[in-house]
Every structure is written in C-alpha cells, then in structure tokens.
Design a protein around this ligand. Structure first.
Ligand code: MN
Length: 241
C-alpha cells in the first residue's frame, strides 16, 4: 500500500524533507537507515529486580524516535549533550538488533532471518522523570524518547557475528565498571522478543530493537566518559558534554 509519506520524490514539499538517520556499518562505507526504534523494558533478571519486578512477565515495549539516534563515529568518542529537564540521567547499555527483513507474526524459528545485524547501544534515561511517570501512570516519552537518547555504535552484520545469544555485556564510566552481564541472561531472548514485538507491529527493514539492560544502571554527569562493550563487537564510547 502506498502511503503519502513514501512519495517525496513525486510530491512538492512545503518544507524540506527531514534527513534519514543512518548508522555506521563495520567494514563498509555504506550505512544502515533507521526507521523506528523499539525498546524492551526489564529484560535481565537482576535489573528487573533493581527496578522492582519479580517473575517472568510477558515483555513490554516502548519506543524512541529514529532521530533520537546518536550514531557512533568509527573508532572515535561521540559527544552527547546532557539533556535538559533532568538531574538524574542514567546509562543503560544494551544489545541493539537491526532488522533487515520485516514482517508480522514472526515465529521464534524464523526470527533469525529478519536480523541484519547488531550493535552496542545506550538507552539513556531521565530516571527522575520515569519515576514520576510510573507513580502517576503516565507515558514514558519524556523519560526515554528525548533528543540524542539513543547513542549506537557501529553495526556488525549478523553474517559475520552469528546469532548473538551469549557474550559479556558491560558498561564502564570513567574506566570504572558499572554494569556487567551476559546476553544469555536475557529473560526474553532476541528471537522471542522479535516474536512478541511482531504481533503488535509489522516490523520493517530499518527497525532497531534495544533488548534491555543488565543490572548496575546509574547516573552520569557532564564530563563523564562512557564505554559500552559487547563481546565480539566494536565498543561504543560516549562523552557527556
Ligand atoms: Mn532500557
């Protein structure tokens, strides 16, 4: 089905078309265009406990806009502006899954076929605003979906990494380890997450999924250097400015 927003080439626009957000791809000059960002909440047991959850409930999701992406420059530190309207900005290091082939009702057995690649990402969170939103039963948008809230490292093709089902995931702040976990500790693994998510939304090429964070989330301040790492991929280095 054609949608008007997909016809920029044939339609006169009253303002310039917004640019497409793209991610660097390891070993390539070509880039990956971002369509939507989906995020899974509380997907590691220890982190779910630190956030007040117990037991295995179905995964739940929130989103960030595509242009909240802060793409990494290969081998360099990227600057992230400390956002306004918070005094408790937290880091959450996460495995990011990039969708190359879309669909809905994607089964666990077919989920791997939909994955183009993986990256290290940070789901930066205004924890104070999130706590207020939880208390009052309001949406998380201002806590999660603000400008530059999604720093993401170089993408690695799944054809070179294989399925990312285990491996250390860590986050250092100023050289000190803050978060430690293993991808195998996810409550809902990547394939199960794709199965759940694709019941609610038709996944499309260009979609990203943040798959949740291990325990150890905490505040960052202006001047801090964050380094997120997942075994087998380039690290993500972010300086708070
Ligand atoms: Mn998160």
């Amino acid at each position: 089905m054609n949608h008007p927003t997909h016809m920029e080439n044939t339609v006169d626009l009253v303002i310039p078309s917004p640019p497409v957000t793209t991610l660097a791809v390891s070993g390539s000059h070509a880039r990956f265009p971002v369509r939507r960002i989906y995020c899974v909440a509380r997907n590691y047991v220890e982190h779910a406990i630190e956030m007040g959850d117990t037991g295995r409930e179905p995964p739940f999701f929130f989103t960030k806009p595509a242009d909240a992406t802060l793409p990494a420059l290969t081998g360099q530190v990227i600057d992230m502006p400390y956002p306004p309207m918070t005094s408790d900005l937290h880091h959450e290091v996460e495995l990011v899954v990039a969708i190359g082939k879309g669909g809905n009702d994607i089964s666990v057995a077919r989920a791997a076929e939909s994955i183009w690649g993986y990256a290290v990402g940070l789901d930066m969170t205004r924890r104070d605003l999130q706590a207020e939103a939880k208390k009052s039963g309001r949406p998380w948008c201002t806590a999660k979906a603000f400008d530059y809230s999604a720093p993401i490292g170089e993408l690695h093709a799944a054809s070179s990494t294989g399925a990312m089902v285990k491996g250390a995931i860590t986050l250092d702040v100023n050289g000190e380890r803050r978060q430690t976990g293993d991808l195998s500790q996810m409550i809902w693994n990547v394939s199960e997450t794709i199965e759940h998510l694709s019941r609610y939304f038709t996944l499309q090429p260009g979609d990203l999924i943040f798959t949740g964070t291990p325990a150890g989330v905490g505040p960052v301040h202006k001047g801090d250097l964050l380094e997120g790492q997942i075994e087998g991929m380039s690290s993500l280095k972010v300086k708070m400015v």
